[in-house]
Design a protein around this ligand. Structure first.
Ligand code: NAD
Ligand code: UFG
Length: 338
């Protein structure tokens, strides 16, 4: 079966292409490269020894999507394509609503036209309200997002679940990712953020490789064991395997189901710095600064439903995540831009 992967040249998409190809699926990628480099796809081919088609273009281009469905027999779509920088979404809300909502609306319209109604969507733990008890279950309260990016994920979940109510032929899986980090064990693909990284792990690796002077730890006065923010970091290869499990699930089920993809373990910022330094034997200088607006003290998943229903569980440890992030960064100090 061929899986159409939107945003397949990106961080999570490229790792998912590897896992799909290694599980025997064919892959077709569409990506407009607005936040990625096509070298990632060459490296997916290199790692798997398998070829696949790449269409450079925008998911909001319905004509291109029709052409892709006409030229390929697609059995499932994984929709990664989207803009994802929280701060940028506050500065450019229209661009985020246009890209993230219209890509899904155009994609699902064309899927309906061609009668292919199996869809997996990249949602986020950001859809959960800030006042929930931990761990977060799929039934925990959602909404009251703090930025346009979060609202695009929340609204897309509403759109897709409404479509599945109206038309029983849709099989839709909403995957709520926690904090993906790490890289393929080969060090050949990984996260390659443009400009100053917003997220913790790419910032740590860029400090370790000498591209930045020191890490700013955003607050040490949270109500957590060491005062720094606690998150559920998940290895991107585990996350990618969760998508393969979702592809199998959606082929056999209709309706709309939501799953957390997390480990269920919370680690603090200082746990991350300590583990990274220990396993890689490389220093990560840091300073404590003020809290970052909008950050929660603690966020971690209850991944029980994914284990029970998808038969998927994250397997890699924090040490694996730190080791693999560093292998990617140290072998590719400038990312794919080398
Ligand atoms: P990424 O930016 O590396 O990948 C997204 C890809 O989509 C990029 O290659 C980009 O060029 C492409 N793209 C964006 N808009 C497009 C469009 N209109 N048409 C065609 N291609 C387009 O991001 P990622 O980390 O791999 O994230 C993948 C998905 O997972 C995103 O939807 C993101 O919001 C979601 N997500 C990511 C995280 C995270 O921490 N990385 C957490 C939760 C959810
Ligand atoms: N942090 C620092 N210094 C940094 C970057 C981050 O101390 O330079 C801290 C943050 O304060 C937080 C933790 O590290 O406590 C993790 O921060 P990230 O920015 O890596 O991740 P977030 O949990 O804030 O956000 C991520 C994604 C969002 C997504 C959210 C929930 O970036 O897109 O998870 O899924 F919405």
């Amino acid at each position: 079966m061929n899986v159409l992967v939107t945003g397949g040249a990106g961080y999570i998409g490229s790792h998912t292409c590897v896992e799909l190809l290694e599980s025997g699926y064919g892959v077709v990628v569409i990506d407009n490269l607005c936040n990625s480099n096509p070298k990632s796809l060459d490296r997916v081919r290199e790692l798997t020894g398998k070829d696949f088609k790449f269409y450079e273009g925008d998911v909001r281009d319905g004509e291109l999507l029709r052409k892709i469905f006409a030229e390929n027999e697609i059995g499932c779509v994984i929709h990664f394509a989207g803009l994802k920088a929280v701060g940028e979404s506050v500065a450019q809300p229209w661009r985020y609503y246009d890209n993230n909502l219209n890509s899904t609306l155009v994609l699902t319209k064309v899927m309906e036209e061609v009668g292919m109604k199996n869809l997996i969507f990249s949602s986020s733990a950001t859809v959960y309200s800030g006042d929930n008890e931990m761990p977060l279950r799929e039934t925990s309260k959602t909404g009251s997002c703090t930025n346009p990016y979060g609202w695009t994920k929340y609204m897309t979940e509403q759109i897709l679940s409404g479509m599945a109510v109206a038309d029983k032929e849709w099989g839709i899986v909403l995957l709520r990712y926690f904090n993906p980090i790490g890289a393929h064990i080969s060090g050949r693909i990984g996260e390659d953020p443009r400009g100053i990284p917003n997220n913790l792990m790419p910032y740590i690796t860029q400090v370790a490789v000498g591209r930045r002077e020191k890490l700013s730890v955003f607050g040490d006065d949270y109500d957590t064991p060491d005062g720094t923010g606690v998150r559920d970091y998940i290895h991107v290869v585990d996350l990618a395997k969760g998508h393969v499990a979702a592809v199998k699930y959606v082929a056999a089920h209709s309706g709309c189901e939501v799953f957390n993809l997390g480990t269920g373990c919370g680690y603090s910022v200082l746990d991350m710095v300590r583990t990274f330094q220990e396993v890689n034997e490389v220093p990560v200088p840091y300073q404590i600064v003020d809290r970052r607006p909008g950050d929660l003290a603690t966020c971690y998943a209850d991944p029980a439903k994914s284990a029970e229903v998808l038969g998927w569980k994250a397997e890699k440890s924090l040490a694996d995540m730190c080791r693999d992030s560093w292998r990617w960064q140290s072998q590719n100090p400038k990312g794919f831009g080398e």
